[in-house]
Ligand binder design. Structure first.
Ligand SMILES: *[C@@H]1O[C@H](CO)[C@@H](O)[C@H](O)[C@H]1NC(C)=O
Ligand SMILES: *[C@@H]1O[C@H](CO)[C@@H](O)[C@H](O)[C@H]1NC(C)=O
Ligand SMILES: *[C@@H]1O[C@H](CO)[C@@H](O)[C@H](O)[C@H]1NC(C)=O
Length: 189
């Protein structure tokens, strides 16, 4: 644990700015794959729902700074986790409890990894993002926690996870490109 911290510290001193001291990015593919697989398998076949999707959040964040993008990913995952830990309504009994638990664990691990290695801000998530997820959660209350509304949430969660996966892939790609650009070649003087 200690040596990892030191290593990260040393690496961050050596790597060119902006330093993406973001160990989590290396493992993201694995975790993302796991959560996408689990959300698909934890209930019946995912069915397309009428819930509208907030494309504008993703369009806006596409051109933001990497720091803001990582905060957006962390906050989105945190709000998604909150949906499934609803105070008053538990998920449908037809869902596989183990898979659901593993799904939530995998989302939790991603947030934890982001908090520990990438994102330092503790500010609450963007108010519009929070309101969006709050509204999504309130569909449960309106329907008394019906299976149909849980399935809508699962469907739209899958869409969010897909988009977040794309966003992180683009962050990784641009981080690697900028590392290549700023790493001096031996043949140059
Ligand atoms: C997860 O990884 C496996 C093996 O590499 C691959 O076959 C599968 O399509 C991936 N699943 C998702 C949801 O990306
Ligand atoms: C759960 O129900 C209580 C009492 O009806 C309500 O005050 C609270 O806001 C509900 N919680 C959520 C997350 O909807
Ligand atoms: C991550 O950090 C946010 C903001 O400080 C906090 O709300 C959240 O509970 C943390 N989550 C984990 C899993 O560390």
């Amino acid at each position: 644990m200690f040596s990892w911290t030191v290593l990260l510290f040393v690496l961050c001193g050596v790597l060119p700015a902006p330093c993406l001291c973001c160990d989590w990015l290396k493992h993201y593919g694995h975790h993302s794959n796991k959560s996408l697989t689990l959300i698909r398998l934890m209930g019946d076949k995912l069915t397309k729902s009428q819930v509208s999707f907030p494309n504008h959040f993703y369009r806006r964040i596409q051109n933001a700074q990497v720091e803001s993008q990582l905060v957006f990913v962390r906050d989105s995952l945190d709000l998604i986790l909150g949906l499934y830990n609803h105070d008053n309504f538990s998920v449908p009994v037809t869902w596989d409890t183990d898979k659901k638990e593993h799904f939530l664990m995998s989302i939790y691990r991603q947030i934890d990894g982001l908090n520990k290695t990438c994102v330092t801000t503790h500010r609450p998530a963007d108010i519009k993002l929070r309101n969006y997820y709050r509204k999504l959660g309130s569909t449960l209350a309106r329907t008394g926690g019906s299976t149909a509304s849980w399935e809508e949430i699962r469907w739209v969660t899958k869409l969010h996870l897909d988009r977040l996966d794309l966003l992180v892939s683009s962050i990784k790609a641009s981080a690697e490109a900028s590392k290549r650009r700023s790493t001096p070649r031996h043949s140059q003087h």
